[in-house]
Design a binder for this molecule. Structure first.
Ligand code: CDP
Ligand code: CDP
Length: 212
């Protein structure tokens, strides 16, 4: 059986950065499951279809190609907002979770990051990390990302945005964001990317050793 490393956490906690680094370290395949929700949302927006029709959204979700996901064309703020709206729909989640589970079985192992990997998508994952950071730190990270890319940003607006996203992700009925009972908590508020990677690697190495 191949290994699955499940990485969950709120917006801008550093899941993606950490997951890519871990996948490279272990030679595992990586899937950013947030992109599957974003791709579904973008397809609806591009086609001028409503975001609140569950049957239509499910059909779009079933057409998402997990191997053609590109964050650079899915990164718009409006797509993130739309993604978190369609992510409350059970039929959309069912379709995307099916595809994500199939991906998670790839050899020799996979890293999946998202909101419900340890709780719903891969409850039997080899190791589960719940990566978090204070809301202030997460908003500052998003702010720095925009400013270092040459853009202008309003910290207060970003903070409100992160708060709204947290409330929607943690408050939904189907698969709310929460740590799995057996997840390791990793608070990266005071950690550099390198320090977070080191801490994650220690936990993962211990789990892989136990399961071999
Ligand atoms: O904007 P950010 O990078 O934080 O989010 P993302 O990972 O790109 O995901 C966009 C939205 O998809 C999230 O706000 C969640 O509502 C939803 N999502 C989810 O419901 N379950 C997942 N496993 C991944 C993302
Ligand atoms: O995937 P998620 O939305 O959880 O976060 P991300 O896109 O991986 O990280 C958000 C930003 O925080 C990136 O610009 C990272 O470089 C930065 N980051 C950081 O400054 N310190 C960390 N320990 C982790 C991420």
């Amino acid at each position: 059986m191949s290994h699955v490393i499940a990485i969950d956490g709120p917006a801008a906690a550093g899941k993606g950065t950490l997951s890519r680094r871990i996948a490279e370290e272990y030679g595992f395949h990586h899937l950013d499951t947030g992109l599957t929700y974003r791709a579904t949302a973008k397809a609806l927006l591009d086609a001028g279809l409503p975001l609140d029709d569950e049957a239509v959204a499910e059909k779009m979700a079933r057409e998402v190609d997990l191997y053609g996901l590109d964050r650079s064309v899915l990164s718009a703020h409006s797509i993130g907002e739309a993604a978190s709206k369609i992510a409350v729909m059970t039929a959309v989640r069912r379709a995307l979770v099916e595809a994500q589970r199939a991906f998670s079985r790839k050899e020799p192992g996979t890293v999946l990051d998202g909101r419900d990997i340890g709780t719903v998508v891969c409850p039997d994952a080899t190791v589960k990390l719940y990566v978090t950071a204070s809301r202030e730190v997460r908003a500052k990270r998003r702010y720095d990302e925009i400013v270092s890319g040459g853009g202008t940003a309003d910290y207060a607006a970003i903070f409100e945005d992160v708060k709204k996203r947290d409330e929607r992700d943690m408050g939904r009925v189907d698969s709310p964001l929460k740590p799995a009972a057996d997840a390791h908590l990793l608070d990266t508020s005071e950690m550099s990317i390198e320090a977070a990677f080191r801490a994650a690697k220690t936990l993962i190495d211990a789990a892989l050793k136990k399961k071999i």
